[in-house]
Design a protein around this ligand. Sequence first.
Ligand SMILES: *[C@@H]1O[C@H](CO)[C@@H](O)[C@H](O)[C@H]1NC(C)=O
Ligand SMILES: *[C@@H]1O[C@H](CO)[C@@H](O)[C@H](O)[C@H]1NC(C)=O
Length: 434
Amino acid sequence: MEPPPDRTKRPWRFSTFIYSSSILFLLLSILILSFTTTDLYKTQTLRFTFNLQSLFSKSKPVSSPSHCVLWMAPFLSSGGYSSEAWSYILSLRRNLENPKFRIAIEHHGDLQSIEFWNGLARETKEVAIEMHGTECRPNETIVVCHSEPGAWYPPLFETLPCPPYGYNGDFRAVIGRTMFETDRVNREHVERCNRMDRVWVPTEFHVSSFVRSGVDSSKVVKIVQPVDVDVFDPLKYEPLDLVKIGDLVLGSGLGLGFVFLSVFKWEQRKGWDVLLRAYLREFSGEDNLNLEEGRDGYPFVYVIDKHIAQVDLPRLYKAADAFVPIVEAMAMSLPVIATNWSGPTEYLTEENGYPLVVEEMSEVKEGPFEGHQWAEPSVDKLRVLMRRVMSEPDEAKVKGKRGREDMVKNFAPEVVAKVVADQIESIFEEKTRR
Ligand SMILES: *[C@@H]1O[C@H](CO)[C@@H](O)[C@H](O)[C@H]1NC(C)=O
Ligand SMILES: *[C@@H]1O[C@H](CO)[C@@H](O)[C@H](O)[C@H]1NC(C)=O
């Protein structure tokens, strides 16, 4: 078995939740770095581990509707696919009035984290347990494989395959939901995509990069990702005490001034180096309004490398003044700075945030995307935007407010639930007619 591919990511210029399985919060306060190695989360097998046998073997009388969607994703990991998958199934669950299908879920595609499960809201856990217990007949089920294609049947690493028994027609249809951050999809993944009945991707950027790479254009459909604008609502929360939960690794003194927050996986080439460089070049201890530190002092850098429960994320965002990524932060009305490439081009504009102009592309040097191109963010341009978001608070506020409005209008759960349900229903119709 090969190890799981490195889902290499540059978090702050893209949605950081995507792909990251060990997430770190970096607070840059206007006021560095002896890194403590992040303790990767302990992986444990949960009792919650789903059992496929029980899902399909018993043929308990099925109440109507008989149609089912089996959504397979890393539901029990803290990565980006997980938060996406949760947002889809919770959106469907809460917003469909007369659903024409039931939803079953299964963990697949990444390691399980007990911490992540413990940090979920109670209601979410109850929904999960219920949906996991939903029994479906394969011949009346559409499977959604929501993960990286390497996890699809036959998987390239150890995971429950999706679809569970291959593509030989047990299921009514199989949909792959995935994305990549580079400018193309490699050949192996193109083949895996083309075995699916549909491939759902979240942005126009991905539609074109997938089709350009050879994925059958009749299969590629843009399905945007919902943002839980009710949970991520700035009016509902008090900020977390960042000083208490973070470790100060650079700068000295007390108090926080203007807070930039970034969330990412602690890996090289993730963009945090660019972020830190821009921050340290642009700011100094003098910028911390609460400090009388000498002019040569460093600005504060805090690192939070402990797990933050999912339910506490809104409070974390609430405690920041600007966010270097992204949709949840926009829903929280924070002004967002992100590289204007790939995912963010779908929703980030000059009106609702601070798109960072792409000056050059660079070649990915290692990992499964070696040889692909991606955008190289500019330290200097980032400095300008970080300074501007801090020195023009009125403008930042207007953009932040517009960011939330755009999220509510285009990505609210009820909006996306309808899109997904229409897609699912049309596939059932198509496959029934045959
Ligand atoms: C699915 O299979 C079951 C038997 O396993 C059968 O009773 C049912 O009619 C089938 N449904 C469809 C839509 O073919
Ligand atoms: C961001 O990228 C999009 C798509 O490439 C482009 O249309 C837009 O003008 C860009 N915005 C900025 C500020 O560069």
